[in-house]
Design a protein around this ligand. Sequence first.
Ligand SMILES: NC(=O)c1ccc[n+]([C@@H]2O[C@H](COP(=O)([O-])OP(=O)(O)OC[C@H]3O[C@@H](n4cnc5c(N)ncnc54)[C@H](O)[C@@H]3O)[C@@H](O)[C@H]2O)c1
Length: 269
Amino acid sequence: MGQLEGKVAVVTGGAGGIGRACCERFAEEGADIVVADLFDEAAMDTIEAVEKRGRRATYMRTDASSPTDTGTVMQHAIDTFGAIDVLVTAAGIATADHAGGRPGPPAPIERDPIRRFTDSPLAEWQRVLDVNLTGTLLAVQAAARWMVALGRRGSIITIASIAAKHPEAGGPAYSVSKAGVWMLTKQAALALGPAGIRVNAIGPGFIESNMTAVLRGMPELEQQLLGSVALGRLGSAREVANAALFLASDQSSYFTGEMLHPDGGFYTD
Ligand SMILES: NC(=O)c1ccc[n+]([C@@H]2O[C@H](COP(=O)([O-])OP(=O)(O)OC[C@H]3O[C@@H](n4cnc5c(N)ncnc54)[C@H](O)[C@@H]3O)[C@@H](O)[C@H]2O)c1
């Protein structure tokens, strides 16, 4: 019997690297999956991967920053599978130009740290905060409303980053959005604990995915980043999904308001 047998999981960003790995890992443990993303073609690959593992899956095109879309996909989960037991909020962007729905790596990172800060446009700040932070809030609120209404003692897993605590691990908007996700996670844990709903974050280090694909063209920067990683390599999305499985399952029944760091030993201070 799988660790998530008979459970229903909604995964935002389920078409992406970490989101898809969570869908696959959860399906292997018996969960049915609702994929919310903007990237239709890649979402279909996730659906296929879940079905190959013998579980049911459904996809709805969803902009994580839209309250309407987010409400609709949660309703879709209820209409299709009758419950929401697990939520993973993996929809996220490193920069505004790396919008969901468009394959390919983000634009090269501005290397000059002063210009990276002083010349960052307001629109950049707003889009990254809208998707990463407000999008997480909307999904947590909408899923929690259903969990409470249906009396499900659910598990909510937000995807933050080591950048939530270490400014050198991401740009200003990204790091601030992830620091916000971390505090939002603790706020939600406090508010939803009495309903038996656990809320935890995962703060991954540098993980191989579309988001870090830009590093492949910048070996010098990759080596510099890996210099702060004890294991000296990028992590895999599956290694993050294993942490998500722990938080989704009863194995973590006394964890809430915590952040796990699959980061290969990221060390800066
Ligand atoms: N890859 C890393 O090194 C790393 C490290 C720490 C945290 N994270 C976080 O993990 C999460 C997943 O990232 P990933 O590495 O799998 O990258 P990814 O780019 O492969 O996946 C991100 C997914 O989010 C989707 N998305 C983007 N904007 C969206 C929107 N507005 N609405 C709905 N979906 C949207 C994309 O279509 C994509 O499928 C992100 O929140 C990211 O910040 C990644």
